[in-house]
Design a protein around this ligand. Structure first.
Ligand code: ADP
Ligand code: MG
Ligand code: MG
Length: 213
């Protein structure tokens, strides 16, 4: 059971890295409008390193927690930047919740996603409405928790929640950025979605494809 979960983590990160490769130029262009333009390359480096680390851990027989923690360390080390540190925090929090030997149920996964959301918010201090990936993470995590608590199967719930994240990411286009490097050019970002929210939603959608494969 735990080995199956580790293999699913590795497959998800592998698919995420491939999707990010395809989107990298677009993510970089989005980040260049009000930030420093490195979101595509940072996500490429991070997701590839995370995927490689997860594959190695899963191959060696590690459980879900160890696989996710190794991926978290590799991702934040190699990506650099704010989003790399945040993805490291998210994967680590999810891993701590899943554990190495627990049976991975839908409610354990949705608790893990809530823990990842909390980790990002305490790490980055952003709130909903600041035009960051938080604006996609919060509706995703809350929708998933609600559906799983209501008895939906994980992959059905995840598919719906990924759609919520995609919509929420696009809705950040109308917001002005208030945090980090984007602050001084806040108004310039209006009309363009937050790149970190867009890449988060893309990864959620990609994982749904893995869950239904
Ligand atoms: P950097 O800003 O260091 O160049 P990236 O370009 O890779 O890093 O990531 C930028 C993304 O990070 C933003 O689009 C936003 O979604 C996210 N982000 C920035 N600051 C925060 C924060 N305090 N909390 C949550 N997310 C943040
Ligand atoms: Mg950047
Ligand atoms: Mg940067």
């Amino acid at each position: 059971e735990s080995r199956d979960a580790a293999a699913l983590v590795a497959a998800s990160l592998h698919a995420a890295a491939a999707a990010i490769d395809e989107a990298a130029d677009e993510l970089g262009r989005m980040d260049a409008i009000a930030g420093d333009g490195d979101h595509g390359i940072g996500m490429q480096r991070g997701s590839r390193a995370g995927s490689d680390a997860a594959a190695a851990a899963a191959r060696a027989g590690a459980g879900a927690r160890t696989t996710l923690v190794r991926a978290a360390d590799a991702w934040s080390d190699r990506a650099g930047g704010t989003s790399g540190a945040i993805w490291g925090e998210m994967l680590r929090a999810l891993g701590e919740q899943l554990g190495d030997d627990r049976e991975v149920t839908a409610s354990l996964v949705s608790d893990g996603v809530l823990a990842a959301k909390d980790a990002v918010m305490s790490f980055g201090k952003a709130e909903v409405g600041d035009k960051t990936m938080i604006d996609a993470i919060v509706p995703f995590a809350d929708d998933l928790a609600q559906r799983v608590a209501g008895g939906q199967r994980l992959r059905d719930a995840w598919g719906h929640s990924a759609g919520v994240a995609e919509e929420a990411a696009q809705e950040t286009a109308s917001m002005a950025a208030t945090l980090g490097r984007a602050r001084s050019h806040g108004d310039r970002s209006i009309g363009t979605p937050d790149p970190g929210a867009v890449s988060f939603a893309l990864i959620c959608t990609t994982i749904y494809d893995v869950l239904t494969a």
